[in-house]
Design a protein around this ligand. Structure first.
Ligand code: CP
Ligand code: NVA
Length: 300
């Protein structure tokens, strides 16, 4: 594993290795055991979109590993004024030991990896959010003990989160069901991947997808960059909500996850959100541990 560009690139074994190391790093942090695997190393963090969790967890994680994180807003970089990503990659590769990038186009992340000579980590694109889903898988295994026999259900937009959950969930052996409106399905590349699995289901019925689920997951109806479509999307996604009716169809001990930020009373009711806040905020914490594991695997 040279980069983390998308979960499609990782084997099941590589995913499980990351989760195991993440569990170990979480244990070490909680018990005050130092783990300076990246002493003296630097991580550049390029942000073309906003972030709370990704920025703070990468920055803190790098510090805990003994390294140094550089926050690089695209507003300040020459990339924001049109310097090609091919050149940025070759320049930054001469200063840094790794780059985390959050941007729009997946191709930009792939180009950075192609032209650079250091590990590249995808911190969210319009296509996928692999770091989030590694933390999600870590959280599911932490609460449920294993992935065996579990059904993961995602309700909402066929977006970056849905894409990574489908790939990650299927690769670790869970059944995956997706409910999204017909016009908002995941892209062909993801559906082609999922078609190889007989425990994958896609429907436009949230009730059907939620039936007997062990994990229910949702995300905002309008992602970063889609703010102009927010009103249109509110109409298209009405009914694609995790609420008491949906919870009643899932298993009695189903857990609820949300990558955050959440829009209460849109994709999830405030009641369900608060009833499952324990899981949702452990999930947010696990971003830190999962990403530290990714950085150690790629950069140590
Ligand atoms: N879930 C997530 O990636 O959060 P941020 O946008 O705050 O980084
Ligand atoms: N789908 C959301 C995820 C945020 C973590 C977005 O891209 O804005």
């Amino acid at each position: 594993m040279k980069h983390l560009l998308k979960l499609l690139d990782l084997s099941t074994e590589e995913i499980i290795d990351i989760l195991n190391l993440a569990d170990q790093l979480k244990y070490e942090l909680k018990h005050g055991i130092p783990h300076p695997h990246l002493k003296g190393k630097t991580l550049g963090m390029i942000f073309q979109k906003s972030s709370t969790r990704t920025r703070v967890s990468f920055e803190t994680g790098m510090y805990q590993l003994g390294g140094y994180p550089l926050f690089l807003s695209s507003n300040d970089l020459q990339i924001g004024r049109g310097e090609p990503v091919q050149d940025t990659a070759r320049v930054l590769s001469r200063y840094l030991n790794g780059i985390m990038i959050r941007t729009f186009e997946q191709s930009e992340v792939e180009t950075l990896a192609e032209y650079g000579s250091i590990p590249i980590i995808n911190g969210l694109t319009d296509f996928c959010h692999p770091c989030q889903v590694l933390a999600d898988l870590m959280t599911i295994r932490e609460f449920k003990g294993s992935f065996d026999g579990l059904k993961l259900c995602f309700i909402g937009d066929g977006n970056n989160m849905a894409n990574s959950l489908i790939v990650g969930g299927l690769k670790v052996g869970m059944a995956v069901s997706i409910a999204c409106p017909k016009d908002y399905q995941p892209p062909k590349e993801i559906l082609d991947f999922a078609a190889k699995y007989d425990n994958f289901e896609i429907t436009d019925s949230p009730a059907q997808a939620a039936k007997d689920a062990d994990v229910l997951y949702t995300d905002v109806w309008a992602s970063m960059g889609q703010e102009g479509e927010a009103e249109k999307r509110k109409k298209a996604f009405a009914g694609y909500q995790i609420n008491d009716d949906i919870m009643a169809l899932a298993k009695a001990d189903a857990m609820v996850l949300h990558c955050l930020p959440a829009h209460r009373e849109e994709e999830i009711t405030a009641k369900v959100f608060e009833e499952h806040a324990n899981e949702i905020f452990e999930e947010a914490e696990n971003r830190l541990h999962a990403q530290k594991a990714v950085m150690v695997k790629l950069m140590a």
